[in-house]
Write a protein that binds this ligand. Structure first.
Ligand SMILES: C[S@@+](CC[C@H](N)C(=O)[O-])C[C@H]1O[C@@H](n2cnc3c(N)ncnc32)[C@H](O)[C@@H]1O
Length: 409
């Protein structure tokens, strides 16, 4: 073979290898059949295991649906069916798990009532209206009004569980103090049930520096900080009386950082004490917002998943699943979708390194899911990345025997 050609080929192989994202330790399961039947088949094995369940059921719009209006989206047992599915979903969820369910306005309030009953009202996290149509582009001239929204209802099993927020950077200009320990031989004591270490003036130095994430901000313990702040209270109650100009490390505070906080007691010039807050734990959480506008991307969603994934039945944008997984899961968590459709949830789970179980009862759609997974493996999805993963497929009519998957979950 021509030498130049072989070098080029090697390069290509190396590049392919680099772009392969390894997901071989993850579990992916595609199941064909009714999600209620699979619940029976699972026989309790996924109870309390799933961190996020996404449901995108038929909306029961009573209208002809699908791009070619080829089926009537109506089900006189809709309430009962969805109640049963949600009840099962509730059991799959971990204690800190979330359920997110898509719906449009037709059954929104029926669905809210059902969710309140299964989860209870206090577990309602919120409603996320999703703008899916341009308000100025009206297609259905016979409608009473131009409806541009769909909705996402989010519930959590435990009312105290929060979304996984990212921390914003604090205002840096105040973080200019460094604490240098010159002689690490503190006196160790216990005050008010907390371990403390006391350094004398000659054992430490406070250095002023330029603003940095590695530095501390200094708070004078006076006014509200002395009376209505944990650190202020600890200082006033236990540290103030330990003498002047002592540097004190108090354990059991600032758990977001290293589990301790620095204080310096007052002196004749500065009567109040001070405490130091590290920049690393000072940022405020950046809350997720329920302002979601997909009007500019919906027209291109048909391309997601690569060629052959032109799914006409309400295919969801990958960014939606991406957002839900960001809000509620970490890498390695288990995600479940009981109305698989074209496999959007599983596709995003692979890309975001989550485990995933997907159920879909229509055999034609299962073929689409399989094709989508092949596309992801071979770098034929829009991002052109090759993901290295395996998945197991089971048909409800075939025997359920998957010890390798179950061993880990
Ligand atoms: C709206 S689509 C889901 C679309 C999907 N979110 C996506 O992005 O491609 C609803 C899917 O649920 C499936 N389905 C409906 N009832 C089901 C059931 N009881 N068990 C399993 N799948 C069901 C339908 O065949 C359909 O593919």
């Amino acid at each position: 073979m021509n030498k130049k050609l072989s070098v080029n080929m090697e390069l290509e192989e190396i590049q392919n290898e680099l772009s392969k994202k390894d997901r071989l330790n993850n579990d992916y399961l595609v199941l064909r059949g009714n999600n209620e039947d699979w619940y029976v088949t699972f026989n309790g094995i996924f109870k309390n295991k799933v961190k996020l369940i996404y449901l995108d059921p038929p909306y029961n719009t009573k209208r002809s649906r699908g791009a070619r209006k080829n089926y009537l989206d109506t089900n006189s047992n809709w309430d009962k069916n969805i109640f049963n599915t949600i009840k099962k979903a509730y059991e799959y969820l971990t204690e800190d798990g979330f359920l997110a369910i898509s719906i449009n306005q037709m059954e929104l309030f029926t669905l809210k009532n059902i969710l309140d009953e299964v989860f209870n009202k206090e577990s309602f996290v919120g409603i996320f209206p999703i703008k899916i149509r341009h308000h100025e582009r009206q297609l259905m001239i016979n409608a009473t009004f131009h409806d541009v929204y769909e909705y996402l209802l989010i519930y959590r099993k435990n009312k105290t569980t929060r979304f996984i927020n990212k921390m914003g950077k604090p205002r840096m200009e105040k973080f200019i103090y460094k604490i240098k320990i010159k002689e690490d031989k503190p006196i160790v004591k216990n005050v008010g049930g907390k371990k403390i270490e006391i350094y004398e003036t000659n054992q430490y130095e406070i250095i002023k520096d330029k603003p940095s994430m590695k530095n501390f901000r200094r708070y004078i313990i006076a006014g509200k900080i002395a009376t209505a702040n944990w650190s202020g209270e600890v200082y006033e109650k236990h540290l103030k009386k330990l003498g002047t100009d002592k540097l004190i490390k108090v354990y059991g505070l600032d758990k977001k950082w290293k589990g301790f906080r620095w204080f310096i007691t007052g002196n004749h010039k500065r009567k109040s004490g001070v405490y130091f807050q590290p920049a690393e734990s000072a940022g405020r959480p950046i809350l997720f917002s329920n302002h979601i506008d997909y009007t500019d991307i919906v027209t291109n969603v048909y391309k997601e998943g690569g060629e052959g994934i032109d799914f006409k039945d309400s295919k969801k944008p990958e960014v939606l699943l991406n957002l839900l997984m960001e809000m509620t899961t970490k890498e390695g968590d288990l995600v479940m979708d009981l109305f698989g459709g074209s496999g959007t949830t599983l596709a995003v789970a692979v890309k975001k390194n989550r485990n995933c179980i997907l159920i879909e009862n229509n055999a034609d759609f299962i073929d689409i899911i399989k094709k989508r997974l092949d596309n992801i493996k071979s770098g034929k999805d829009l991002d052109e990345v090759k993901y290295n993963f395996n998945y197991n497929y089971f048909d409800s009519t075939s025997e359920w025997k998957n010890p390798t998957f179950l061993k880990k979950s």
